[in-house]
Ligand binder design. Sequence first.
Ligand code: AMP
Length: 371
Amino acid sequence: MRIGVLGAGQLGRMLALSGYPLANTFVFYDQSGTPSVGLGEVIIDRDEQYLDDFLKRVDRVTYEFEHLPVDVVEKIAAVKPVYPRPRALKVCQNRQAEKTLFADLGIPTAQWRMAESETELQAAAEELGCPVVAKTNTEGYDGKGQAVLRSPEEAATAWALIGPNRLMVEKFVAFRREVSIIAARGEDGELAIYPMAENVHDTGILRYSIAPAPGLSPGVQEEAERYMRMIMTELDYVGVMALELFETESGLVANEMAPRVHNSGHWTIEGAVTSQFENHIRAITGQPLGDVAPRGLSCMINIIGETGDLKRILELPYTHVHLYDKAERPGRKLGHINVLADNYEELKWRVRNCAEFLPGIPEFQSSLTRG
Ligand code: AMP
């Protein structure tokens, strides 16, 4: 099948890498003009001049980025099947719509209020009780467009930073750790759900993902699977979706979802029988889904800003390096390393060894290192 991908970054690149063995071909359509995919024709089109050309060359369309203009995606969906459906995109790019969907389905979230001015922000902080996290309702990613208020008086500073914008103000969740769950759903409703991952962030960017998440209490994986099933069924979802959650003393709290393959699922490339990328391609092309069972224990380490000592990393016998062919730049995701092991102790030491060769990476702190 000829697959059109909206967006031409590393996720599109990894989708193509997993889709070519099944004899799919790829054309990428990018409105920003900064492609890094390098694995197929890229159409750069800032003002929709070449949209018809793109559509003529593809059978199905998917996307690797959720901040796309919904009207363009709906226009595409009138001509070619788009998976995940535009409704998923619409919900996921708007925090209020997303949290409302969670509430409708009975999925717990942080308490939240909307604010459209500094006064409303301060009032929301007072009502919810600080600390609170204020987030732009649309457009935010990797912790951008966010501010933490330790007291309502900080509303002015926060508003100066992320206003004037419609903001979602959330009560700060005292979480034990951050986790995520990734699932694929086929056109026929078939579901394949991966084991949950534990995610370690630094300055808003994912640094480490451990899967399966160590030491999950009984029933937690099942609870997350139940949420995933409800969301995907409600959206009649086709493709891979990620749901990010907080694990707290009193159970799981949903934070946000992504209508695409996700950084916290990169471990599946070598760490699961079928990767999230292949399962996304299978789902959107109407093929049966592949086995999501883990092949041992994995930790994904993001390579951010600088590539580091690649030679030394490649010399380690337990690393799988994936580079996105992007130039070094502070804060930029340049690639990732999947480390595999047979037990968590071994995984911890392997991750530490590997991180030695990545400049600027925060020390590996996770539930594995807290004992
Ligand atoms: P988000 O863009 O919603 O994924 O938020 C980015 C990061 O900010 C999350 O991964 C958390 O580390 C932190 N964060 C977001 N919302 C909250 C919250 N309500 N309580 C505590 N931490 C949060």
